[in-house]
Design a protein around this ligand. Structure first.
Ligand SMILES: Nc1nc2c(c(=O)[nH]1)N[C@H]1C(S)=C(S)[C@@H](COP(=O)(O)O)O[C@H]1N2
Ligand SMILES: [Mo]
Length: 431
């Protein structure tokens, strides 16, 4: 049966009776069960967030119906061109050439889940608890956050600590991220700092602890998939948001709807999604993925493949200086001259210089580099390069940050495969 106007009645009835059977008939395939779960809980707001815009005729949509744009995409509803690395937990990255925009569209923001996304991601009735060593413990709805605090919008760079892990040799276990576990979306919310100030941070507090609503992979409701935190001095900086909008719309369900932290420049794991609670502690947080070797690197250089005692590992704080070439795509064919462009960032710092080489690093030329649009945003850069003759070339990019630190050519190896900030190389066929 075709889902055209004349069949509206039947379509509605079909979805009411048997949504899965209806998917099969309408889309010719079963829609990913997780996707259906979100929609059941979240409704129109999640659907709009997922397709990336409002749905003018939403009143005509049958109950339980999944828009075709969301049904099509390999279970990654509302995501465009992402590469699925794992579907349980869901992990998907963005090819660098799809990160060309100054502000990453929601449809191209990577997804990194450690557990199972909550079914209910509706803003309705969602609360955030702020407790621990505070003078005034609080429970705030999203409306309370909007009403009681100044609302800010900022472009904020989020990168997974494991981005680039795929290139470690010997390999490191975990998601084999290549380049695309990074994004810079525009987030709207309130400052973490303002909320903590209102709660009244007690003098013994040294660390935050963040808790989300996602479930552990084992299905054991008493276990959390991940709960991380940051030193209180970091938490009190200006560019950290408790966000309820992403690119001017409700958050995408997989990116933490309806509420999340965004801690730019630090490992993405600090930015708790589906945020339910922030606790202030008088000890370093010890939640899942805070201890052992998770999101930690040796405190000293190690040779590739070395065994490192657990005591030598330190918690990763700021992310290192890094850049991406987002145009042209790796493997593209171009003429004798081409525009080249991308982004550069360095956690808690700015980028001073972006250089590119087309001769395997012998000579370098400066690209033109924009200032960050705000504190916490990546910086956009561009150049025009001419090639002396046709053939195969590589464009290499290296950023230098405000502390004078540059990107390495080769990976600085560590056992868990974090913080790979080696230069991005893009191969081009020039003729
Ligand atoms: N509740 C919760 N928050 C989370 C995670 C998670 O699994 N559960 N993953 C973290 C990790 S490791 C990263 S890199 C970022 C990824 O954010 P994104 O999926 O919106 O890109 O979310 C962080 N916040
Ligand atoms: Mo991450």
């Amino acid at each position: 049966m075709a889902p055209d106007g004349n069949d509206t009645k039947d379509l509605r009835a079909m979805f009411a009776d048997d949504p899965e059977g209806a998917d099969l008939e309408v889309f010719g395939r079963k829609v990913h069960a997780d996707r259906r779960g979100f929609l059941r809980g979240a409704g129109l707001a999640a659907m709009s967030a997922a397709v990336g815009m409002t749905i003018p005729f939403h009143r005509n949509i049958p109950q339980g119906f999944i828009p075709a744009a969301m049904a099509q995409d390999n279970g990654l509803m509302g995501k465009d061109g992402l590469t699925l690395l794992n579907d349980r937990p869901l992990n998907a990255e963005t090819p660098p050439e799809l990160l060309d925009d100054a502000i990453t569209p929601t449809s191209r923001h990577f997804i990194r889940n450690n557990g199972i996304e909550p079914e209910n991601t509706s803003a309705e009735g969602w609360t955030l608890t702020v407790d621990g060593f505070v003078d005034n413990p609080m429970e705030l709805s999203i409306a309370d956050l909007r009403d009681q605090f100044e609302v800010h919008t900022a472009a904020l760079t989020l990168e997974c600590g494991g981005n680039g892990r795929a290139f470690f040799d010997p390999p490191a276990s975990g998601n084999q991220w290549t380049y695309g576990a990074v994004a810079c979306a525009e987030w709207t919310g309130v400052r973490l700092k303002d909320v903590l100030e209102k709660a009244g941070v007690q003098s013994n507090v040294i660390y935050t602890a963040h808790y989300g609503a996602d479930g552990h992979l084992s299905g054991d409701a008493s276990k959390l998939p991940i709960s991380r935190g940051v030193p209180i001095e970091k938490a009190m900086t200006d560019n950290i948001l408790i966000a309820f909008e992403m690119n001017g719309a409700p958050l995408h369900p997989s990116n933490g709807a309806p509420l999340r932290l965004v801690v730019p420049g630090w490992p993405g794991s600090c930015s708790q999604k589906w945020l339910k609670r922030i606790e202030l502690r008088d000890v370093v947080h010890d939640g899942p993925k805070m201890t052992g070797t998770a999101y930690r690197v040796p405190g000293h250089p190690v040779a590739a493949g070395d065994e490192v005692p657990e005591d030598d590992f330190q918690i990763i704080e700021r992310m290192p200086v890094k850049s991406l070439v987002t145009f042209p795509a790796n493997g593209a064919s171009v003429g004798m001259a081409t525009d080249v462009r991308g982004h550069a960032w360095s956690g808690d710092r700015t980028i001073d210089k972006l250089e590119i080489s087309i001769d395997f690093g012998s000579t370098w030329q400066s690209a033109s580099l924009d200032a960050p649009v705000n504190d916490g945003a990546w910086q956009n850069w561009r150049a025009n390069v001419s090639f002396p003759q046709s053939g195969y070339y590589e464009v290499w990019a290296r950023a230098v940050d405000s502390a004078g630190v540059s990107q390495p050519f080769a990976i600085d190896w560590n056992p868990k495969g974090y913080l790979n900030n080696s230069m991005h190389r893009v191969g081009l066929r020039v003729s």
